[in-house]
Design a protein around this ligand. Structure first.
Ligand code: CU
Length: 169
């Protein structure tokens, strides 16, 4: 009886094991964005958005998790398609939504996740050399104070309906 059960278990494993996707494969198929690991830093869900033809700026969005026991800090970013990549935040000032550059970077507290997303923290690509088209892959080099530098591919989604209103003072 024991032998017979083992044989069934083996057959079951052989049949189903290859069909089980790993998490990474699943994430790739779903979002075209794989997890990027740099020391204690994990980056997921990286994307950008297609821009209008003459748009001077583009945005970068991603989720950063610090698995470590010490805070780290995203201090800079760079892209080849723009003169400069800045780290920005959007916040209410009185009753007006404003955007400002975080010159000291963005802290990623120990054990926490910080999301860069439309309407909140984001990367801003200043002085685009050309339009970002849907489906483009934009490599961005991210530098962390402790973890170092890593390149993350941002896949361009559709243009946001509110893209032209994305202005600066
Ligand atoms: Cu901005």
């Amino acid at each position: 009886m024991t032998l017979r059960l083992s044989a069934i278990a083996l057959a079951f494993t052989a049949l189903f094991a290859p069909a089980l996707p790993t998490f990474a494969q699943e994430a790739h198929a779903g979002h075209h964005a794989e997890m990027v690991v740099l020391g204690q830093i994990e980056i997921t869900g990286a994307f950008t958005r297609a821009t209008l033809p003459n748009a001077p700026v583009g945005g970068g969005f991603l989720t950063i998790t610090n698995k470590g026991t010490e805070a780290d800090r995203l201090v800079s970013a760079s892209v080849e398609i723009a003169k400069e990549a800045q780290i920005h935040e959007m916040a209410m000032e009185g009753d007006v939504m404003k955007m400002r550059q975080l010159k000291d970077g963005l802290e990623i507290p120990a054990g926490q996740t910080v999301v860069l997303e439309p309407g909140g923290f984001h990367l801003m690509f200043m002085g685009l050399s050309g339009a970002i088209k849907e489906g483009d892959v934009v490599p961005v080099a991210l530098t962390f104070e402790k973890a170092g530098t890593v390149t993350v591919d941002l896949v361009a989604g559709a243009t946001a309906a509110d893209a032209p209103a994305h202005g600066h003072e």
